[in-house]
Design a protein around this ligand. Structure first.
Ligand code: N7H
Length: 449
């Protein structure tokens, strides 16, 4: 089995707290940092084992991860065997990810991000207290490069991202670790943890049980998204105008806001199904009597969840391109003024979105692959009667151009060939970085002095 006391807690199960601070730092004194890392910081790092039971969870869970620049700053010269990590996310900006560099937060475009602390707790006060403790221990050996405060949305919206959709339902199960729920894919640990079964790349031994963390600050233009749904509402005669707007959103996502999968609830939401973990992920886009190459009466080929995890659209089911997601929303609720104008405020304090976190053992097979080869590729999912178009939620026209029109088909169940043109991006990448989340053993023996 896996050594759960050695694997940082966010990787396999997520820290799952209502507040999570991403504190990006620059190492300014490598020797001092390395000596404090093993003595003072290591005892604060939360392994998977501590998160499994409520009574062993710390008040504030702490994880740490390093960029290639950070490993360089520590004098670590081993090649971890992942070119995306080695070159940094900025190297992927336009051609791979389709980001517009001018939208990048300057800290992500610069050279100062050596690592990130992930601090998760029930309150921001707890998070800040732990951050002070970390900074005291590190005693001036790091400086803040940037930070992003994530928080669950309030009240009934808890667990929902800013567009209103329930998130965090579907993640892969890992062989030898998790008991799968119905419909959940069971995958080799080596897809997520270096040096474990299924990781085919040769790594330095200390990298075992670490994972690559792809971080993205993804701004969401919520008022624009809502206005788009109203303006392009579908025309099912049995539904109200509001329901037809909801239906369009559900078909773009592949799930209703409740979380119910469109593949199982194609025309009306089913909140009971949504709330049942035995059922809400138990689908694979096949239906007796329907041809998977033509059928979009259930889930559109272009739906976000289908573009990023095509399930039985591959036969045999794809096993190479998977991520474990552990993001959290950031930013405040939409204001009345934004709602009234249908336009996101340009006030930076009102920016909102998803602090996106994806774990994998190979970034070019994981996050970067999903974004470039699936979401941003109009012809994917291959072999369908109608080309799906690029992902209506996260796809970009590519080559770093924002607001390139997206032309997904299949969104209108009454005419699957109809293209609903989307002239604006509802998700805008503000950049990010690739990190390595080492095992506790590696923190103690390799990264510390
Ligand atoms: Fe997505 N959303 O909240 O609108 N995503 N995502 N994602 N996403 C998923 O099934 C969302 C993004 C995946 O197994 C759900 O747990 C938003 C990127 C994958 O069936 C919802 C953003 C990438 C899945 C969202 C965003 C992915 C998934 C359904 C950006 C990878 C699992 C909840 C702001 C490149 C699919 C669930 C499966 C599900 C949303 C980004 C990938 C609601 C808002 C960048 C693999």
């Amino acid at each position: 089995g896996l050594n759960l006391t050695n694997i940082q807690g966010d990787i396999l199960i997520g820290m799952k707290k209502n507040k999570e601070l991403f504190f990006f730092f620059t190492i300014v004194n490598s020797t001092s940092f390395r000596s404090q890392l093993g003595s003072g910081i290591l005892p604060l790092i939360t392994p998977t084992s501590q998160l499994l039971a409520v009574d062993t969870q710390p008040t504030t869970a702490v994880n740490i991860a390093f960029s290639q620049r950070g490993l360089n700053a520590l004098g670590i010269t081993d090649d971890l065997g992942d070119t995306a990590f080695t070159n940094g996310q900025i190297d992927n900006v336009a051609t791979i990810l389709g980001d517009e560099t001018s939208n990048w937060e300057p800290a992500f475009a610069g050279t100062g991000i050596h690592g990130v602390f992930l601090l998760a707790s029930d309150t921001i006060d707890n998070v800040n207290a732990t951050l002070s403790q970390v900074q005291n221990i590190l005693n001036g050996s790091i400086t803040e490069a940037y930070s992003l405060q994530g928080q669950a949305r309030p009240g009934d919206e808890q667990g929902h991202e800013h567009f209103g959709f329930m998130d965090g339902i579907s993640n892969p199960a890992v062989t030898g670790f998790s008991t799968p729920l119905p419909g959940q894919q069971v995958l080799d640990p080596g897809l997520f943890l270096l040096g474990e079964s299924g990781d085919l790349v040769s790594r330095p031994s200390w990298a075992q049980d670490g994972s690559f963390l792809a971080f993205r600050q993804l701004q969401q233009r919520v008022p624009e998204f809502n206005a788009f749904l109203v303006d392009n509402a579908l025309s099912n005669p049995n539904l109200t105008a509001d329901q037809n707007a909801e239906l369009l959103g559900a078909r773009m996502m592949g799930r209703w806001k409740s979380g119910a999968p469109v593949d199982l609830a194609p025309t009306v939401d089913d909140p009971v199904l949504a709330a049942d973990p035995q059922q809400n992920n138990n689908f694979n886009y096949t239906h007796p009597g329907f041809d998977e190459a033509t059928d979009q009466t259930h889930c559109p080929f272009s739906a976000h969840v289908r573009k990023t995890n095509p399930r039985s659209d591959f036969n045999p089911e794809d096993t190479a391109n998977h991520i474990i997601r552990a993001g959290i929303p950031y930013g405040p609720e939409v204001t009345d003024a934004e709602n009234a104008s249908n336009v996101s405020s340009t006030d930076p304090s009102l920016e909102r979105g998803l602090a996106f976190v994806a774990y994998q053992s190979d970034i070019n097979n994981g996050f970067a692959f999903l974004q470039q080869n699936w979401a941003n590729n109009a012809n994917f999912i291959f072999g369908k009667a109608t080309p799906p178009g690029i992902d209506p939620i996260i796809g970009t026209g590519g080559l770093g151009q924002a607001d390139v029109p997206r032309t997904p088909s299949g969104l209108d169940p009454s005419d699957p060939t109809r293209i609903i043109t989307i002239n604006q991006d509802f998700v805008v990448s503000r950049g990010g970085e690739y990190f390595f989340s080492p095992s506790l053993f590696a923190i103690q023996n390799t990264l510390s002095l």
